[in-house]
Design a protein around this ligand. Structure first.
Ligand SMILES: Cc1ncc(COP(=O)(O)O)c(C=O)c1O
Length: 385
């Protein structure tokens, strides 16, 4: 097995590309042709592996898939046109009418919305906080346990091996969103998770110029998904986006080292500041899940939240407006540092049911110098002092 840096930079790139090009070619082909009708028929029956039509497979997308599968230590990967494309196809592939899904901890909002959408097809779900909650909510019809770790917005850490052992004993399939950690810092398949999904729009792409997703797992689960949901939903990744994923992967190890260092420096600064009530970053020793995080993760990304010492939406707004370096926006994982606050962007009733305090602010620490970012936060925090 090669190490992750080699996988990111070299896997699948041994062949001399045409004219000695340093980048793999982008196969801008909607279709591929065959020597005979029989050959075409055989290819269509195995379209998850053969190049027939771009909505199913493409060599550039395939190269990105091979790298992502190897990084996650999975047999196969399938790339989608967005993270939600990967999530909705994955969940759909695992459940049928009458099935029930357990959702452990806070997950990305549209994932919950998709589960609600599935109710019209007779698939129900229950949100639970921990394994005790899973024990109470499990039903004879429960088929899937879905979670993120660290969890959405609160960045609580789930003990992955404990959860997958619990699920396996009860015959459930597990699927996990591993976007926060990237395939470099956490490998859930090695801890018993059946299918791992990612939004590639965040750190993997890394430059806020791409929307994409991937699911990784054993061939027995990926193959049917690739032949059915992938083909029918049509959320295919384009070869151009796959080329950006491939470029993103080349620099992922160095970028993640820098994100980790800068994110932790900013989090440590905020933790010491009197205008901050708490900081939710699993890399801080004060975080309740830090010990589990150290056991199951090899590093920390730079997306985290903290709680301002205020219960006023106006003050949260004034704080955000005062920031000069952090730009106000959704998404995360790119070069630029970003800030977002659910009190200002999420409907009040929804925010309250999410258990998110008014003063919660989310930061995506980018690749600018940490002292520039800290100075920016320090000045803006004066508005609350
Ligand atoms: C944790 C998480 N998972 C999945 C997604 C969805 O990814 P995409 O925007 O690529 O559809 C997001 C997007 O913000 C996310 O934050």
């Amino acid at each position: 097995m090669h190490d992750d840096e080699w996988i990111c930079g070299r896997l699948g790139e041994d062949e001399p590309w045409i004219l000695g090009a340093v980048n793999p070619p982008v196969f801008e082909n909607s279709l591929f042709t065959f020597g005979s009708a029989e050959e075409l028929g055989e290819a269509i029956r195995n379209e998850d592996e053969r190049y027939v039509y771009w909505r199913g497979t493409n060599p550039t997308v395939d190269l990105a898939q091979r790298k992502l599968a190897a990084l996650e230590r999975g047999e196969r990967a399938k790339c989608f046109g967005s993270g939600m494309g990967a999530i909705s196809a994955t969940i759909s592939s695992l459940v049928s009418a009458g099935d029930h899904v357990l959702v452990l901890g806070a997950v990305y909002g549209p994932t919950t919305q998709f589960l609600r959408y599935l109710e019209k097809y007779g698939v129900t779900h229950t949100h639970v906080d921990d394994l005790a909650g899973c024990d109470s909510a499990i039903r004879a019809s429960t088929r899937l346990l879905y979670f993120e770790s660290p969890s959405y917005m609160a960045y609580e850490v789930v003990d992955i091996a404990e959860v997958t052992a619990w699920a396996r004993e009860r015959g459930l399939v597990t699927a996990m969103d591993n976007t926060w950690s990237t395939p470099l810092f956490q490998k859930p398949l090695t801890m018993g998770v059946d299918l791992v999904v990612h939004s590639l729009s965040k750190y993997v792409g890394g430059h806020s110029d791409l929307v994409g997703g991937v699911v990784v797992g054993p061939a027995r689960l990926i193959r049917p998904l690739a032949l059915t949901e992938y083909q029918l939903y049509g959320a295919a990744m384009s070869p151009h986006d796959a080329a950006k994923v491939i470029k993103g992967l080349r620099t992922l190890p160095v970028r993640m080292a820098a994100h980790q260092e800068r994110g932790l420096a900013v989090a440590a600064f905020l933790e010491r500041h009197p205008a901050v009530r708490s900081v939710n970053h699993p890399g801080l020793p004060s975080h309740p899940g830090h010990a589990i995080a150290l056991r199951q993760m090899s590093g920390f990304s730079s997306l985290f939240s903290f709680v301002l010492d205020t219960d006023s939406r106006q003050e949260v707004g004034a704080f955000l407006d005062k920031l000069r370096h952090f730009r106000i926006g959704v998404s995360w994982g790119g070069f630029e540092s970003l800030v977002n606050a659910p009190a200002l962007t999420v409907e009040e009733s929804v925010r309250a049911t999410m258990g998110v305090p008014v003063g919660l602010v989310r930061l995506s620490v980018g690749l600018e110098p940490a002292d520039t970012l800290i100075k920016d936060l320090d000045l803006a925090l004066e508005t609350l002092a």
